[in-house]
Design a protein around this ligand. Sequence first.
Ligand SMILES: [Zn+2]
Length: 197
Amino acid sequence: MQKEQKELVLAYHEAGHAVIAHALGIAVKYVTTLEDASAALTHSATYLARDADHPAQLEAIRKDVIVCLAGPHSQAKHRRPKKKEPDEWKDDIETASGLAARAGLVATGIDLRRLDENFECCLTAYQAEFAADLFQHCSEKARNLVDEHWTAIDTVAKALLSRPVLNGDDIAELIGRSSSRANGKTPDPARFLPDQR
Ligand SMILES: [Zn+2]
């Protein structure tokens, strides 16, 4: 793949994380496509909800899993990868699986603050199934959100090509601009029809 194409693929991947985090109300610190450091750094909803009740914790974990998987879905919408799961998806999939496993524990009333690092190996069958279902649902949700927010993702990805580091304010501004442009581009056709009455 050409260098520019690679950069563009990376830009759509990271823009996917950033725009969907923003859409879910998760603060974005920065997004970058700098070589060897490409990342979208967002707050962790799971961490922020660590002392909340279990339904709120589950909701937060779901959001983080969706943000994780929005990167690969956005990248795939821009350009379908040759491999089913390219290497650059590995970290996202691992993080999302770890979070989904946590959700399985929360769903059965386990206090996450008491977990050790190897909790994933000791899930019960029910917890593992809960985790797998949650992963699947969040993946579908991430794909739908990427479709829904494609104009904004496209705007942020293209901006990353000329400015490889964007902070949270830049992202918010680009998303705001793209939504007003999207509204201008697709006017409601009914507005131009003669009054039916
Ligand atoms: Zn990613």
